[in-house]
Design a protein around this ligand. Structure first.
Ligand SMILES: [Fe+2]
Length: 319
């Protein structure tokens, strides 16, 4: 990791990486000017072959050359201990990740070892240098950052799985969230979480009820209280715009909930039964998709696209 200090807002820079006396190519780097910006959002990219992910990411970057950074919503790789998958993930975003920053999330697949048992997400925590959250024990698991007029909060939804290694992760994270959100004066407050707050019925489990997941029940009241504007989630590999929800029901004054879809080749065709709160669903069976997020001071525009650039959803929020 290299830390760059003393950079000025809204300035173009160039950098190169020197190793063993050799300098690689010069790469462009642009700092946040505090004004309007756009970001790409990629859902789960976990794959057994990362070709589709590469195609999606490169195509999205080509269609959106002005994107200031990108977000990957967790489950970046299928197996977090398999270094070949990390290499494939990085290879897929070559030419993008060296030019714009990435805001990654930790999903459940980052925590698996090669025997598919949960362990510390060692590779994930080493691959990315993320903003400090005030905790040494939970460093890298959850964090927040500002860009333009937006404050982003990236959550760790692997709290239950981590219970064998860490005590009180959910409580510590929620205490941090309450303080973090209180401190921001940004116009837009945006939450990023891997696991989805809604619970869907699934076709092969008739006992499973539609409603809200453990993560939803734990976090949605905090989002209502904090005045969060948008909640992006992932994990289910399907795109759903559920509109605004408050106090666990349809309410225009609550956050907008977007389940971001799928960006790799692990797909669950015909698995999910539509939720009563679903407003827009991607064409079935689903291929990959990505989102764009354009933030101006008084408006936010979210759009969802298939790999060929076909738009399948658009939503605008205004203040
Ligand atoms: Fe997941």
């Amino acid at each position: 990791t290299a830390r760059l200090c003393g950079l000025e807002a809204g300035q173009p820079y160039e950098y190169c990486i020197k190793a063993d006396g050799q300098c690689d190519d010069w790469h462009a780097l642009q700092t946040d000017d505090g004004g309007a910006f756009s970001a790409l959002i990629f859902p789960d990219s976990q794959s057994n072959d990362y070709t589709d992910w590469k195609h999606l990411a490169q195509g999205a970057a080509e269609h959106n050359e002005g994107a200031d950074f990108f977000i990957n919503m967790g489950d970046l790789v299928d197996n977090g201990e398999d270094h070949r998958q990390w290499e494939a993930w990085f290879d897929a975003v070559a030419g993008i990740i060296d030019r714009i920053p990435v805001a990654p999330l930790m999903g459940n697949h980052e925590t698996y070892n090669e025997d598919w048992k949960v362990r510390e997400p060692v590779a994930y925590l080493h691959e990315f240098a993320l903003p400090a959250n005030g905790s040494e024990e939970f460093a890298g698991r959850y964090y927040s950052f500002d860009y333009g007029s937006a404050h982003f909060i990236a959550l760790d939804t692997q709290t239950e799985e981590a219970a064998d290694f860490h005590q009180g992760l959910l409580e510590a994270q929620q205490a941090w969230f309450r303080e973090d959100v209180k401190k921001t004066d940004k116009t837009w407050k945006i939450v990023l979480m891997h696991k989805d707050p809604l619970q869907y019925r699934i076709t092969n489990r008739p006992d499973r009820k539609e409603g809200f997941s453990d993560e939803g029940r734990a976090w949605m009241p905090l989002f209502d209280e904090a005045g969060i504007d948008i909640v992006f989630s992932a994990h289910l590999h399907t795109y759903r715009n559920r509109g605004h929800i408050k106090d666990f029901q349809r309410d225009a004054s609550g956050p907008l909930y977007i389940l971001t879809g799928v960006a790799g080749n692990v797909r669950y065709p015909g698995l999910w039964v539509d939720h009563a709160l679903d407003k827009v669903i991607a064409p079935q069976p689903e291929t990959d998709n990505y989102l764009t997020l354009c933030v101006k001071d008084a408006s936010v525009e979210i759009a969802c696209f298939l790999p060929d650039g076909t738009e399948i959803d658009r939503e605008t929020l205004r203040k």
